[in-house]
Design a binder for this molecule. Sequence first.
Ligand SMILES: Cc1cc2nc3c(=O)[nH]c(=O)nc-3n(C[C@H](O)[C@H](O)[C@H](O)COP(=O)(O)OP(=O)(O)OC[C@H]3O[C@@H](n4cnc5c(N)ncnc54)[C@H](O)[C@@H]3O)c2cc1C
Length: 434
Amino acid sequence: MKITVAGAGHGGLVVAALLAKSGHDVTVYEKKKRDELGHDWEDRFTFSLLEEIIGKKIPDTAWRYRGDCSFVSPSRTSNVVINYNDSNRQKIMWRKYLIGTLLDFAEESGVRFEYGSEVLAPVIKDNAVTGIKTEKSEVLSDFVIDAAGVFSPLRTNLPELFGIEKTPARGDLFYAKRAYFNKTDEPAPEIPFEICLCHNREQGLSWCCVNEDSVDILIGRIDPLPEGKFEECAADFRLLYPCTGDKILHGGQSGVIPVRRPLAIMVAPGYAAVGDSAFMTTPMNGMGIDLSLNAGRLLAQTIIKYGSADIETLWEYNRQFHIEYGGITAKNEGLKNSLLEMPGEGVDFLFDNGVIQSSDLAGAGSKTSIGSLLGKFVRGMRNPAYFFAIINGLIKGAKLKKALENAPADYNTDEIFRWQESIENTLVRVKRKG
Ligand SMILES: Cc1cc2nc3c(=O)[nH]c(=O)nc-3n(C[C@H](O)[C@H](O)[C@H](O)COP(=O)(O)OP(=O)(O)OC[C@H]3O[C@@H](n4cnc5c(N)ncnc54)[C@H](O)[C@@H]3O)c2cc1C
């Protein structure tokens, strides 16, 4: 098969490599140049997953540990400290190293690359995607894989009849800016990594992580960051932690992360999405690398297994993704949106009264359940409105998980659209502006 992949992200590179290895003719169209790929910062993901996929060990020189972490309430009256141990301490790797490793893997597997080629839209013929339009030409192929990220021009230009959601709602995206500053000789904090939820009572979070050689600051909000916001928040951290210098050593760029459930429908005749283009991230912390790698591998395995990329095969990928990853990942969207709906004093209440504890935060909300909250019932009932808002988020999250995991078995669009509509009823929407 002649296969086109739009975007050299994590998911796109994995699916491209595995399909090229199995004998398909695969070309990746990427708008940037090779040496421009990958952000200038470090990321957390599951290293063993990358090793499994590329079939190679990652050298110990390629990563480092991140220190213990303190989650701080909006008014800074309470904090929850996570002391990691040897088995769960966070490992981080430079993004350029990760993308470089995946590019090498794809090249060794026989993938061809067209760098500096911006994809503009899909080519549609007879109600199917039959290729891509780039700035330079129209490229026809048997199958198109959309790995062009959160604002993919393929997804956003698909015909309505495919039923694929194009535009995320407010609260579905996280606008972030991140930079590593030089470290001065002033003393470093005892707990190196601080995450402020609802920082300055705004919807989002900010972090400051003091490394041995630098101070990593990230500011993220659910609305685009106004001019000067990053500098203002970095100055706040500089007052708290005077070891933070003002010279940028790495990063300094902005990025947008989906923080929502994955697309319910992510395939159409001739088309499948992987990674951020299908909103595949953990809603609570925006981690998307594992999901992109897994989606790329699952899509390739499904096509190889059935020997085709017809719509029934692609639907099997879609359905299986939700059973294995989508449902469980989406589960904490309700909790995250309930927190975003809450004013700063609500989040303060949850921290100050021990309703939010380290077990809730260490697992990005994955370990928070109605059962675990009932143990905090007496403390939570000091403010029933905030407590029940959290419970509502968890109940809706559990329903969302179940709904995603129960996609129709076959590609019957009437049934699939009804299933997609039923998912809408399980969502907690972010309406509050603050
Ligand atoms: C500040 C920040 C910190 C993050 N930290 C983490 C973390 O620690 N752990 C984690 O798991 N995730 C993290 N993420 C999220 C993570 O970056 C994404 O979920 C992940 O990159 C998604 O991978 P992807 O495969 O969808 O490809 P993407 O990384 O989205 O790549 C898309 C590719 O497509 C290309 N492209 C875009 N448009 C076009 C076009 N029109 N034509 C051709 N090419 C195009 C882009 O140049 C890019 O190469 C972070 C994100 C940000 C912004």
